[in-house]
Design a binder for this molecule. Structure first.
Ligand code: PRP
Ligand code: HPA
Ligand code: MG
Length: 178
């Protein structure tokens, strides 16, 4: 699997540093607020499990599955809810946890949905942000690192459902797409 990687964009060490920094920042900001961390499946699962352990304070974890990419390299523009939340978010402080904000379409749809359901606050924590590819201008509160406009895989990010279990984020060799 590693043989298909052309270059590493965010190393394992960098990911660890980002997780520690964001975990501490969130702990300071959400003290006494018992936030709900919502993991957006499947991409955010690695980041989520590391982040909530770094957060290390009272909080709840929930999961939602939404998808807009399917097997493609480009977002379809249509955000489908595959698995909704099991709990009400009314009057709760929500942190949406994402692996990457790319076009911004997924997040835009989620923020609108959770706000409509009466959340007290909705903030975003993402490992990666790809600002050069943004179509919708969403405000992102906590960003691990900005990445170049390339299709990335690893640490949750997939190409055709593969490569999510790489421990770093990288770019595939062009021949893999051929
Ligand atoms: O900013 P956007 O252009 O909307 O892209 C970001 C979203 O796309 C990916 O998920 P995807 O829909 O591919 O599903 P997955 O997490 O199951 O891989 C990624 O995990 C984000 O959730
Ligand atoms: O760069 C990416 N890689 C994998 N999945 C994605 N979903 C949005 N952007 C990406
Ligand atoms: Mg996703």
């Amino acid at each position: 699997m590693h043989d298909n990687i052309e270059k590493i964009i965010v190393s394992q060490d960098e990911i660890q540093e980002i997780v520690a920094r964001l975990g501490q920042q969130l702990r300071e900001d959400y003290q006494g607020k018992n936030p709900i961390f919502i993991c957006i499946l499947k991409g955010a699962v690695m980041f989520m499990t590391d982040l909530v352990r770094a957060y290390d304070d009272f909080s709840e974890i929930e999961f939602m599955d939404v998808s807009s990419y399917g097997d493609e390299l480009e977002s379809s523009g249509e955000v489908k809810i595959i698995k909704d939340l099991d709990v009400p978010v009314k009057d709760r402080n929500i942190v949406i946890v994402e692996d990457i904000i790319d076009t911004g379409r997924t997040l835009d749809a989620l923020i609108k949905l959770l706000t409509t359901r009466g959340a007290a606050s909705v903030k975003i924590c993402t490992l990666l942000s790809k600002p050069a590819h943004r179509i919708l201008d969403v405000h992102v509160d906590y960003v691990g690192v900005e990445v170049p406009d390339e299709f990335l895989v690893g640490y949750g990010l997939d190409y055709r459902n593969q490569y999510r279990n790489l421990p770093y984020v990288g770019v595939l060799k062009p021949e893999v797409y051929a």
